[in-house]
Design a protein around this ligand. Structure first.
Ligand code: MLC
Ligand code: AMP
Length: 523
């Protein structure tokens, strides 16, 4: 595959701060460097080596498998999927889009694609037609894996060159192909994100990016082969996939896969499997502390929160209820994880801690401002969008996150806002413009603005301010468009987490002299 994303220059990179490495790793920081983060060259090579060394070790627990899948079985299952993809015509560098629910099957296809040297494109199976079609058309995958016939009919026209594999598609016999050959600079993962603004873009991560990102966590969080993670995060986003799954396999540890998050099921799994780790978004912690048996969180070696701000009072609640002091970290699709509270040492509520091994962090105004990043974890660029890639980096090659922070005298970072227009609801990112565009297409809506408003359950909820056309709505309605019509319209076009949960009808939208909507005023 040609390098279709624009790779920014990393020339002149200063070595990552030895002090921050030491704060995370203690004496183990001595003799540990960037080369160690990317040793082995790719995740599949590192995994295959581990699986061969200890084939009998339990790796994944999945209801579908009726229990534990061992390393040797996972090697076979993923080899078979890689061979089936090859038989479908997929080769190294081709994209493989999976739009599947979190499951062992998804893991098999994903790891199989990586082993083949293909580029895995994860997509949320809750996407509606326009959302899925956008990603399929943009990524131009050679194969698309879907859970049902409806999604097959949505995906196929978006890229007629793709082979769409649904549940009833006969699986070919696996071809015998070389596996685990991709090198560190080969593209590995293409998750979609809207970046700072605009339509969802593919963020192209190399094998080295994925490996460096995950190795830093394995070291900083003392992830060991003895660990058992309860993995209830969706496996189509960086948190569940790039951290939870990839980290487990890289550490040679084990994970209990859950098809979705349910607080009681998580607490049961902790006891049943003698789990040691849980990773979640703040909404999950809010539900866990409210559940019967929340005290069980206290038996875990480590609980990590991320993807959205963990309110300090929720941090304290978890500790009151279970004795567990949650470790908060900060990451992004484009970079994996960047900052983390230390494993040993103070975990400060309301902060996201210190730069992780390999990651250089600077703030645009010195001790405050936009977080800018450099390191082996930072992605190669946006897929086929050189302008967006160029905009995302400073002239001297640092990635601009769009998150605003301040740093205290001890080096702890506190996220204080965002310069990008983004709503985070329950750990899912929602781009106001995408929702506004869907609303504006509804006959009877003159214009709409979407903002996030605070919510104790979701962090923020998607809130729409709608200006209606006077008189009867289009589309056969008798009166002006109402909230029920908006909900029906959005349900057809947007995944559930993007749909406005609050709808306010207003006479006009507040604008500045240049005509730009004043979102702060709406909030
Ligand atoms: C579900 N719903 C949501 C929602 N999740 N609405 C708003 N925001 C969300 N996040 C909808 C459901 O579809 C349903 O709609 C209604 O809310 C109630 O559903 P529920 O059953 O109570 O919710 P549930 O399905 O349990 O989902 C809640 C959740 C989920 C917290 C488990 O949102 C979740 O898995 N969030 C994690 C997202 C994540 O992995 N983010 C990481 C991105 S990577 P209806 O219409 O049926 O009533 C990243 C980088 C990093 O950010 O740093 O990690
Ligand atoms: P995504 O684009 O889905 O990868 O989401 C990344 C965004 O999530 C970041 O740019 C932040 O805005 C936000 N984020 C992740 N972790 C945290 C955190 N611990 N606190 C605050 N925001 C976070």
């Amino acid at each position: 595959m040609s390098q279709e994303a624009c790779t920014p220059s990393q020339e002149g990179a200063a070595p990552p701060s030895a002090a921050a490495w030491r704060r995370h790793l203690g004496p183990a920081a001595d003799g540990f460097g960037v080369a160690d983060l990317v040793a082995g060259g790719s995740l599949p090579r590192v995994w295959a080596e581990r699986w061969a060394a200890e084939p009998g070790r339990r790796v994944l627990w999945a209801a579908e498998a009726g229990g534990w899948v061992t390393a040797g079985e996972l090697e076979e299952r993923t080899r078979r999927r890689a061979g089936q993809l090859a038989a479908l015509g997929v080769g190294p560098g081709d994209r493989v889009l999976s739009c599947l629910p979190s499951s062992l099957e998804l893991v098999e296809w994903h790891v199989g694609a990586l082993r083949l040297g293909a580029v895995a494109v994860p997509a949320n199976p809750a996407y509606r037609e326009r959302e899925l079609a956008h990603v399929v058309a943009d990524a131009e995958p050679a194969a698309v894996l879907v859970p049902d016939a409806e999604r097959a009919t949505w995906a196929a026209p978006a890229h007629p060159g793709a082979t769409v594999v649904g549940p009833d598609t006969p699986r070919p016999d696996p071809a015998d192909v070389p596996l685990d050959r991709a090198g560190p600079d080969a593209p590995a993962l293409l998750p979609y994100t809207s970046g700072t603004t605009g339509a969802p873009k593919g963020a192209l991560l190399t094998h080295a990016n994925l490996l460096a990102g995950v190795r830093a966590l394995v070291a900083a969080w003392r992830w060991s082969p003895d660990d058992v993670l309860v993995l209830a995060l969706p496996l189509f986003h960086m948190h569940g996939l790039g951290v939870g799954l990839h980290g487990t396999l890289t550490a040679g540890a084990a994970a209990v896969l859950q098809p979705s998050f349910d607080a009681a099921a998580v607490l049961d799994a902790v006891a049943e499997h003698r789990a040691t780790l849980f990773f979640g978004v703040p909404t999950m912690y809010a539900r866990l502390v409210a559940a019967d048996g929340a005290v069980a969180l206290g038996v875990l070696r480590l609980c990590v929160s991320g993807s959205a701000p963990l309110p300090s009072d929720l941090h304290r609640r978890v500790e009151e209820v279970s004795g567990q002091r949650v470790l908060e970290r900060y990451g992004m699709t484009e970079t994996l994880m960047n900052l983390s509270n230390p494993y040993d040492g103070e975990r400060r509520p309301g902060t996201v801690g210190l730069p992780l091994p390999g990651v250089e962090v600077r703030l645009s105004e010195g001790d405050h401002g936009e977080i800018e990043l450099r390191g082996p974890n930072v992605f190669a660029g946006y897929w086929r969008r050189p302008e967006a890639t160029a905009e995302a980096f400073t002239a001297d090659g640092w990635f601009r996150t769009g998150d605003l922070a301040e740093v205290d005298a001890d080096g702890y970072h506190r996220i204080v806002g965002r310069s990008k227009e983004l709503i985070i609801s329950g750990g899912y990112n929602v781009y106001p413009r995408e929702v506004e565009e869907a609303l504006a297409e509804l006959p009877g809506v003159r214009e709409a603005a979407v903002v996030g408003t605070p919510s104790p359950e979701w962090g923020e909820v998607v809130t729409a301010f709608v200006v209606r056309e006077p008189g009867p709505a289009g589309g056969g309605g008798d009166g002006p468009v109402d909230a029920a019509a908006i909900e029906r319209w959005c349900a057809e076009r947007l995944a559930p987490y993007k749909r406005p949960r609050l709808i306010r009808f207003v006479e006009s939208l507040p604008r500045n002299a240049l005509g730009k909507v004043l979102r702060d005023q709406l909030r």
